[in-house]
Design a protein around this ligand. Structure first.
Ligand code: ADP
Ligand code: MG
Length: 946
């Protein structure tokens, strides 16, 4: 059991879906019939093509019952049917009759099936329209037979209720559609439920908005199949019979109303949704679930006979009044509707209220009017026919009973909402995770952005710093460039100035050269004069000698005269002598003065020459300085000046070569004497003669001696003069000077001359034999003059280079003297000492390597140098002094080490360490090799080294 839920009605105007024009929506309920044209075309109304639908009325004539058949002519039929013209002829008597046209006229032979098909089936609610099938007629004319006959045993007997349910059940879908029934009885204006008899006086409810009538208190039973329908209808019938029995009445006194509720699913979209408000449209889906909710009312009315005819009394009268009330009201309503009356008294009875949709409402309505044939009931039959005639004038406006299926819609939307909610949640979750991801990424990006910013800031800072640095560098460069330009200009100016100076210097040099030449010439002239004077001097000397001879003769004569002549003569002679002597003395004096003057002049010239040479030297140095300066300037300047300056330097250099006056070089060898000087000396040598020059060495005049020694020393520097000087007694004279002279200059120059002569191998023996070494040692012991000592050391060093003289040299104290000169500490002297030692050691080593021992000059055994303490000195001083000195000492070490006899002394003196050092560190490879060779070849050394 279920109760009908109130539903929002969606009414579609029009006869059928999808066809025909639709009428304007009119509220259901009390409505006026359609305008006349609609009523004028009744035939067209029921085919569903029009929204206006007239109530269709059919007449059914009951067959004569047994009674009527029994009475025969007394009860002739007053009714004559003309089915072909759908007319009924009602005979009042044999001469008076009325003809009425109906929608259908059924004779007494009409089958139940045909009645259903023609009257009820067109009212089918399957299309979604409400429908009403109502039987009207006098009691016993077959209303119940037509409408409510169950015909369970004989299907042909089945009435409209059963056939309608059968038709609906066979047409509907049990999956989507529903059919339910309620079965009510209206008796004495009380609605009773025939399916639930306990429910009486059920109220009728009308929807104030739609006017829809419902009876919520009534039971509605859903029907599953025909069998079920039969059961329910049987229950209803039984209840109706029981109620009538209980109330001591007959079924003909009550109205029975079967309502078939049909609900069918439908799918209509746009047309439907457009009828919603905007708010609703927003939420209503396009495929709106729609439902057709239609009702079919099958009404079996109480008999329409008059009360007076029923013969009732008391309660019956009351009953008839009520029966009449509903029927009267129905008649009044039909009349009002038929006459288009402004007032339809629907509310006068419950029946009219319940049937408000059937007449003048939205339902399709068919009325089956049952009549009996008997003339006895002529008036009842006539009024019944008139009722039918009036009902035919009632026009309904049918409406499709379509509603939105909110239940399905709700479920669907609930499902969709669920889906959307879950989808939303899923999306939210997704968004959340995406948001987290993006946040994380954002953080990462921000972090990397910060890092990047930091890095780029640092880079910008660095770049800016670099930029500033570069800018300052550029500024500095620009400044430097400007300075460079200035300097360059200055350099150009300087170069120009220097070149100018150079030119001037050149000019001056040329002048100097010419002056030198003049001086040279003057010097030559003077030398010539000197030679002349010397010759004169010689002559004077010869004169002097002759004078001396003459004097001695005179003295002898005087002595003789003293004894023989008179004293006066003596005096005269003495006076003469004295005069002659004075004369001679003055002559000698004047000569001496002349010589002295000449010598001083010569010295002056020499000095001048010297100063000129120094000046020239100075100029050369200046020029070289200038050249260097120019070179430096030009190197610092553009390369374009290089070639030019080289050329000019070349020109300047070509003028160099004027020598110095040193007789000995540091190495002990004679330097090349300048050509001009050599020329002068050789001229002196040629013009004066070697013997004269040598004779001057013996001059009593010191200056003469000095100059003569200088000349000899210079001559001795030339190889070709050395032997000749010795041969002509020069060596003797020089050695004599060394021995006798006390003059330092004499000592120095003489030692130099001896040193030069000692360069010659054949002279060395002579020098030694004549005691030269002893004399040199003597000089060395007496002076501290470094230049003298240098000459002496040089001479001895040269003598050291002759192995035959070694023994004698040692004997004469030469080695000791050599070593003794170390006391001066003068580098030039020490260089000569080292050279002498190296010479000595080298010669010794050569003798040993050649295996030749000269018993006279040399002996086998340890070095003579060692006895005089040379080795000790070497060890103490090996690594001092100048490079050449060191090299000589190193060489001496190497040579001494070659002699096995020196081994013990070398080891004892610590010389082995020096040897080792020399073998590793000596700047000269040959020396290193020599040291190594000495070390490697001597087992004692090797042992020491290890
Ligand atoms: P009502 O309901 O109008 O009072 P009923 O339906 O009860 O009349 O009919 C009275 C009697 O007439 C019943 O016995 C019924 O069987 C019979 N009857 C009515 N109409 C016909 C008909 N068309 N054919 C045969 N019998 C009928
Ligand atoms: Mg009946």
């Amino acid at each position: 059991m279920a109760t009908a839920a109130p539903a929002r009605s969606v009414e579609r105007h029009g006869a059928t879906r999808g066809g025909g024009a639709r009428s304007k929506s009119v509220a259901p309920g009390l409505r006026r019939p359609a305008p006349t044209p609609a009523r004028a075309r009744p035939a067209a109304n029921h085919d569903g093509s029009s929204d206006s639908c007239r109530v269709r009325v059919a007449i059914r004539l009951r067959p004569k019952n047994a009674e009527e058949l029994a009475h025969g002519d007394d009860f002739d039929s007053c009714v004559e049917l003309q089915p072909e013209s759908k007319r009924l002829k009602l005979k009042k008597n044999n001469w008076s009759s009325e003809s009425y046209k109906f929608d259908e006229v059924f004779s007494e032979n009409a089958s139940q099936k045909r009645i259903y098909e023609v009257v009820a089936q067109p009212v089918s609610v399957l299309e979604g329209y409400n429908g009403t099938v109502m039987a009207y007629g006098q009691t016993g004319t077959g209303k119940t037979y037509t409408v409510g006959r169950l015909g369970k045993d004989d299907p042909s007997e089945r009435g409209i209720m059963v056939r309608a349910l059968e038709h609906i059940l066979s047409s509907m879908s049990f999956e989507t559609d529903r059919v339910a029934i309620s079965y009510l009885q209206l008796y004495l204006e009380s609605v009773q439920d025939l399916l639930a008899p306990e429910k009486t006086n059920i109220p009728i409810v009308e929807d104030p908005k739609t006017g829809e009538v419902s009876l919520p208190g009534a039971a509605i039973v859903e029907i599953k199949d025909l069998e079920h329908a039969f059961q329910i209808l049987e229950i209803g019938e039984a209840n109706r019979h029981a109620a009538n029995t209980k109330m001591n009445t007959e079924s003909s006194r009550s109205h029975a109303i079967l309502t078939i509720h049909l609900q069918r699913s439908s799918r209509i979209k746009e047309e439907t949704s457009s009828s919603f408000s905007n708010d609703v449209q927003d939420i209503v889906p396009d495929d709106l679930p729609l439902v057709l909710k239609s009702k079919l009312l099958i009404v079996d009315l109480a008999g329409s006979e008059r009360i007076d005819k029923s013969g009732s009394e008391g309660h019956m009268i009351e009953e008839a009044k009520f029966i009449n009330l509903s029927l009267t009201s129905l008649g009044k309503c039909i009349n009002a509707l038929a006459e288009n009356s402004p007032h339809i008294p629907i509310r006068d009875s419950k029946l009219t209220r319940m049937l408000r949709d059937s007449f003048g409402g939205t339902a399709r309505t068919s009325l089956i009017v049952t009549i009996g044939p008997s003339a006895r009931h002529y008036s009842e039959t006539s009024s019944t026919i008139m009722f039918g005639q009036r009902a035919m004038k009632v026009v309904n406006t049918i409406k499709l009973k379509e509603e939105v299926d909110f239940e399905i819609l709700y479920k669907k939307m609930e499902r969709e909402v669920d889906q959307l909610t879950s989808e939303l949640e899923r999306q939210q979750k997704l968004r959340q995770s995406e948001k987290m991801l993006w946040n994380k990424k954002l953080e990462e990006y921000e972090m990397s952005f910060r890092d990047l910013k930091k890095t780029s800031n640092m880079q910008i800072e660095t770049l800016e710093n670099e930029k500033h640095q570069l800018e300052s560098a550029v500024r500095k460069l620009a400044h430097d460039l400007a300075e460079e330009k200035g300097q360059k200009t200055l350099l150009y100016e300087q170069i120009t100035h220097v070149e100018k100076l150079l030119n001037e210097t050149k000019q001056q040099q040329l002048e100097n050269l010419s002056r030198t030449k003049i001086l040279d010439d003057t010097s030559k002239q003077h030398e010539k004069e000197t030679g002349e004077l010397l010759r004169q001097l010689e002559e004077e000397r010869r004169c002097s000698a002759s004078y001396k001879d003459r004097l001695s003769v005179l003295e002898r004569q005087l002595c003789d005269a003293q004894s023989s002549f008179q004293e006066s003569n003596v005096r005269a002679l003495e006076a003469e002598l004295s005069k002659a002597n004075e004369e001679f003395t003055s002559q000698v004096q004047s000569l001496k003065e002349k010589i002295s003057k000449l010598v001083s002049e010569k010295e002056l010239i020499y000095d001048e020459l010297k100063s000129t040479k120094e000046k020239v030297q100075q100029e050369i140095r200046q020029r070289q300085d200038l050249e260097d300066q120019i070179l430096r300037l030009k190197q610092s300047g553009s390369d374009n000046f290089v070639e030019e300056s080289k050329t000019s330097f070349g020109m300047v250099r070509s003028g160099s070569g004027l020598g110095n006056a040193s007789y000995l070089s540091k190495s002990g060898k004679l330097r090349e004497v300048p050509s001009s000087q050599r020329g002068t000396i050789s001229k002196i040598f040629e013009e004066v003669g070697l013997s004269n020059v040598l004779a001057l060495l013996k001059s009593e005049d010191l200056d003469v001696q000095i100059h003569a020694v200088k000349v000899v020393a210079n001559l001795a520097a030339e190889d070709i003069n050395q032997e000749r000087i010795v041969e002509e007694g020069g060596l003797d004279a020089l050695l004599s000077l060394l021995e006798t002279s006390e003059n330092t200059t004499i000592h120095r120059v003489t030692a130099g001359a001896v040193a030069n002569l000692a360069m010659n191998g054949s002279n060395q023996g002579m020098i030694m034999n004549k005691g030269g070494a002893r004399l040199l040692a003597n000089v060395a012991s007496k002076t501290d003059d470094p230049q003298t000592l240098r000459m002496v050391a040089g001479a001895i060093a040269n003598l050291c280079g002759n192995e035959k003289l070694h023994f004698m040299l040692k004997q004469d104290g030469g080695i000791k003297a050599l070593l003794g000169m170390f006391r001066t500490g003068h580098n030039d002297v020490i260089a000569q000492i080292a050279r002498g030692i190296a010479n000595f050691a080298k010669c010794e080593s050569r003798v040993i390597s050649q295996g030749m021992y000269f018993s006279i000059w040399h002996r086998k055994g340890k070095s003579l140098l060692i006895e005089d303490g040379v080795l000790t000195w070497m060890v103490a001083n090996s690594n001092r002094f100048s490079a050449s000195t060191r090299r000589h000492i190193e060489l001496a070490f190497c040579h001494l080490a070659q002699n096995e006899d020196n081994t013990c002394d070398i080891i004892a003196s610590g010389g082995i360490k020096e040897l080792l050092r020399i073998s590793r560190e000596s700047p000269r490879e040959d020396t290193r090799n020599l040291a190594r060779k000495a070390l490697d070849s001597n087992p004692a050394f090797l042992k020491e080294v290890q």
